[in-house]
Every structure is written in structure tokens, then in C-alpha cells.
Design a protein around this ligand. Structure first.
Ligand SMILES: [Zn+2]
Length: 370
């Protein structure tokens, strides 16, 4: 496994050297220098944050006056769905509700994204698909594949959600850590939607950061389902590394090839799951050395999830999120989180479960003195 992974990473680097002269500095000496930077946590974080992205934030409202963890949320993350639809649309506002009610965050931490423009979306999605999707011209078969009937509301919701992930990435680059209350629609491909995912927010954010600042992005996808759309989109892109830990027998039936896939057996519990993540992430961070991590903290590996097949507990999810964020931040790398998948008829229970990542992020923010 390790040998195979090494090869993949080196292959990525070879591609980088061909397309991006900036990455040629990979001599053994530079490796050591890189390691020094990793060990020298604070200075690197300070060097990376405040770099700013070329333009203003993609936001309706930013909270530059607040020194606390940025939480990215928009009331338009939701839309109406037909009665008894399986997708738990009501969870998004409830995540924010519980974070405020439990005094994990205050209103002053809430940054509001702007809607993702068609231009921004076109860095990942085809013009043909965007035209059809935005104007309601996708066929019934295409809509069935996504799990959603088309509506103006669903288009708007997905565009705000994508804007939220882009803003979370921007805020993380400035502050070191930022969390959206939506996002993680990793099954969307350039030319079609699939599995409740219509626009690939993770891919749009990664492409935007890479295109505008030439920075390398690692996508850590711990949703129980493979991030097939994201894997496909970045298959040939050396500056974006896709890492997916998922249940092998779960959706999608036909998997794509991520840069690193860890396929898990059904029924895995906390300890085995955590040791798998712990065995790969630190080494991956040190070897690929991303400038930004996008973390899909899907809660569908939970034992009660309707669409998951693993057996994690709330505590297991908390330990997982804490580990991912602490490990990344301690290496001086900014990280933006999205909530990913989670399925239950009990919306409040589900929203509380999704809020685990924001609670863990708050702990990391305080413990790491950010
Ligand atoms: Zn999922």
C-alpha cells in the first residue's frame, strides 16, 4: 500500500514539474526545508494566511472585526422539496440554530457567502450543463439521477452552497480555519449531477484557489460515499490531490479513481476507522504539502445513518474531526470544512450530528491559539 501511494504522489509531482515551474524545487534539500517548515508550525501558518486571494471575498457579509472561528452560512442554503422527499433539506438552518443555542458560536462569527456566479461554476462545469441546469432544461432522466426534481429554488440553493464553500476556502486562507454549514456535493460531475449533488462545491473551491493563487489543494473526503465526481474532475490535475475514505459497498456502484482511495468494509467501528485515518493523513500532508485542505466531514459513517453502512458513534465522529483539523493546523496548513452527507428523518438529531465538526473546530481554534 505504502509503495503504491508513494508512486502516486511522485507521479503527481512529476506532472507538477511539467506544468508548473514553481514546483520544480523538490530536491532532497528542499524536502528537508519543507520538513523544517512543517516543524516550524506558527511561522508557516502566518506566512500562508493573509496572502489574500486576488480579489475581494465572495461574500455578502464578512466579519473581519471578529477574531473568532469563521462560520459560513446563508439562509438560502435551503429550498422547498416535494412532501416526503428523502433528502433532509431542513438540516442546514438547524445546524446554525444549535451552534447558536448551545453558545458554541455567536452571530458575530457568521460570514454570509454570495451566490456562485456562472463564471465561477464554469471552472468545473460545462457550459452546456450550466445552461440546462440554470434554466430548467435538464431531462427527466437527468433529474432522476440527481434525486431532485428541478426548480428555481434548487438552483439557487446549490449556487449559494457552492458560494459558501468558496468563501470558507477564502476565510481559511486568511484565518487558518473556517467552517461552512453546508457543502460536500462530491458526486457532481462536470456535465451532470448525481446522488443529491448538482454542483460540485469542493471542486469549484479547489479550482478557484488553484487558478487564482496557484496554490495546491488537498481534498480530504471522509463522507461514507466515495467522492467520485471530485476524483474524476481532478484525475489529471497535479495541483489538487483527492483523498477519499469510504465504504466500498456503498454508492456509487461504479467508483472513480481518486489519488488515494481507502475502501472500507461494512460495519467498521470507531477504533478501526480512526486508526485508518490516522495512518494516512499525517504522511499525506507531509508528502503532498498542500497550501489548503478542503475537508468533507460527512456524518453518514454514523451507525444510525440511513444511507451509511459503517458503525461510528458521535464520539468517533468528534475524534475524527478533531484529528483531521488538529493535524492539519499543527502542520501550518489552512483548512476549510463542509458538512457532507448525513441522512435521518429526525432533522434535529441529524443537525446536531452535523454540528460536531463546528464544535471540534471551535476546540481546535482555542487550543491552537488561532
Ligand atoms: Zn455521503
Amino acid at each position: 500500500m505504502t509503495a503504491c501511494l508513494l508512486f502516486d504522489l511522485r507521479d503527481k509531482r512529476r506532472q507538477q514539474q511539467q506544468t508548473e515551474p514553481i514546483f520544480i524545487l523538490l530536491s532532497p534539500l528542499t524536502e528537508m526545508t519543507g520538513l523544517k517548515w512543517v516543524l516550524c508550525k506558527k511561522p508557516r501558518l502566518k506566512a500562508l494566511v493573509h496572502v489574500g486571494i486576488c480579489r475581494r471575498f465572495h461574500a455578502e457579509l464578512v466579519r473581519l472585526e471578529s477574531k473568532e472561528l469563521p462560520i459560513i452560512h446563508h439562509s438560502k442554503y435551503v429550498c422547498e422539496l416535494p412532501a416526503n422527499h428523502r433528502f433532509p433539506m431542513g438540516k442546514f438552518p438547524r445546524v446554525l440554530h444549535f451552534l447558536l443555542k448551545d453558545q458554541v458560536i455567536t452571530e458575530k462569527q457568521v460570514w454570509v457567502p454570495e451566490i456562485a456566479s456562472k463564471d465561477l461554476l464554469s471552472c468545473v462545469h460545462t457550459e452546456d450543463y450550466l445552461n440546462k441546469f440554470i434554466s430548467g432544461k435538464t431531462s427527466e432522466q437527468e433529474q432522476r439521477r440527481t434525486g431532485f426534481p428541478w426548480s428555481e429554488g434548487i438552483v439557487s440553493r446549490c449556487r449559494y452552497e457552492t458560494g459558501g464553500t468558496v468563501l470558507a476556502a477564502e476565510a481559511a486562507l486568511q484565518r487558518g480555519l473556517a467552517c461552512s454549514t453546508a457543502g460536500g456535493t462530491h458526486h457532481a460531475f462536470p456535465g451532470h449531477g448525481s446522488g443529491f449533488c448538482l454542483l460540485n462545491d469542493l471542486a469549484v473551491a479547489a479550482k478557484y484557489v488553484n487558478c487564482s493563487t496557484k496554490r495546491k489543494v488537498l481534498i480530504v473526503d471522509l463522507d461514507v460515499h466515495q467522492g467520485d465526481g471530485t476524483a474524476f474532475i481532478f484525475k489529471e490535475e497535479p495541483a489538487v490531490f483527492t483523498f477519499s475514505v469510504h465504504c466500498g459497498k456503498n454508492f456509487p456502484l461504479r467508483k472513480q479513481e481518486s489519488d488515494l482511495d481507502i475502501s472500507l468494509e461494512d460495519g467498521l467501528e470507531d477504533e478501526e476507522y480512526l486508526s485508518t485515518v490516522e495512518a494516512h493523513l499525517p504522511w499525506l500532508l507531509q508528502t503532498f504539502r498542500p497550501d489548503l485542505v478542503l475537508y468533507d466531514a460527512g456524518v453518514d459513517p454514523h451507525w444510525e445513518d440511513e444511507l451509511g453502512r459503517l458503525r461510528l458513534t458521535d464520539q468517533g465522529l468528534y475524534r475524527r474531526d478533531l484529528f483531521v483539523m488538529k493535524t492539519t493546523v499543527n502542520q501550518g496548513i489552512p483548512i476549510a470544512t463542509v458538512i457532507g452527507g448525513g441522512y435521518s428523518r429526525d432533522i434535529d438529531k441529524l443537525a446536531l450530528r452535523h454540528s460536531i465538526v463546528h464544535r471540534a473546530a471551535t476546540q481546535v481554534w482555542r487550543e491552537c491559539g488561532m
